[in-house]
Design a binder for this molecule. Structure first.
Ligand code: AP5
Length: 222
């Protein structure tokens, strides 16, 4: 089982990169934000509970978040591993993940931090559009769809996220970066942390991530 963690500020490009890595590595992309947005769309009790936190740009409480993530990680398609996007976001979540993986005899393989200057974040998020069907990610400036307003992959309509309004983006940055710092410290201590420059074009960031994930022997030959 190979578990990779993608870390970074809101808008750093975690979802964009996780979708490519999942296709390349053949393991599922699991994003707590996507799981929460699906619950909100379906109008479940969980959806009603988490929407209030998301609308305020706050983290959803650890108990709820850990439960939904571990449940998803137990699905059969994650038997060989997964790419976790947006989880863990607190030290308690990181420790809960460690405990679950230790019980399966594994650990987090790499925690990849996508580092983007904060001045780029608001611009990226205000230009983001995602597809209604599956959350495929586009950007008016850096990744426009082939046909305006339609997903290249499944042709569903493109929509903007409620929490991409400028004031919610500022709240997300203000309220979530402190906890993220503790997660970074956690993975630095375990030796799993790798920093990647996320300010470069999308394809270059993908190459840098894949380079980290290639076995050392292959990197020497290449
Ligand atoms: P979540 O959905 O996880 O949001 P986030 O972490 O804030 O991250 P984003 O999805 O906004 O950004 P991203 O890094 O995936 O960037 P993307 O690839 O889209 O969480 C939403 C909410 O749910 C949270 O605020 C919280 O309330 C709750 N939540 C979720 N997980 C939780 C947890 N573990 N604990 C507690 N609460 C939780 O890219 C952004 C844009 O930039 C796109 O338009 C893209 O096309 C563009 N782009 C990407 N890369 C580049 C590049 N290299 N150059 C130029 N443009 C780029």
């Amino acid at each position: 089982m190979r578990v990779l963690v993608l870390l970074g500020a809101p808008g750093a490009g975690k979802g964009t990169q996780a979708q490519v890595l999942a296709r390349t590595l053949g393991i599922p992309h699991i994003a707590t934000g996507d799981l929460f947005r699906a619950a909100v769309r379906e109008g479940t009790t969980l959806g009603r509970e988490v929407k209030e936190y998301m609308d305020r740009g706050e983290l959803v409480p650890d108990g709820v978040t850990v439960g939904i993530l571990l449940d998803r990680l137990s699905a059969s398609d994650a038997r060989d591993g997964a790419i976790l996007d947006g989880f863990p976001r607190t030290r308690a979540q990181a420790e809960a993940l460690d405990a679950e993986l230790a019980a399966r005899g594994v650990g987090v393989d790499r925690a990849l931090y996508i580092d983007v200057p904060s001045e780029d974040i608001v611009r990226r998020l205000s230009g983001r559009w995602i597809c209604e069907a599956a959350g495929h990610v586009y950007n008016v400036a850096s990744r426009p769809p082939r046909a305006a307003g339609r997903c290249d992959i499944d042709e569903s309509a493109l929509v903007q996220r409620d929490d991409d309004r400028a004031e919610t983006v500022r709240a997300r940055l203000g309220q979530q970066m402190g906890a993220l710092g503790e997660v970074v410290a956690h993975y630095r201590a375990t030796g799993a942390l790798v920093m990647v420059d996320g300010g470069k074009p999308i394809a270059e960031v993908t190459e840098a991530l894949l380079d980290v994930l290639r076995p050392a022997a292959e990197r020497r030959v290449g």
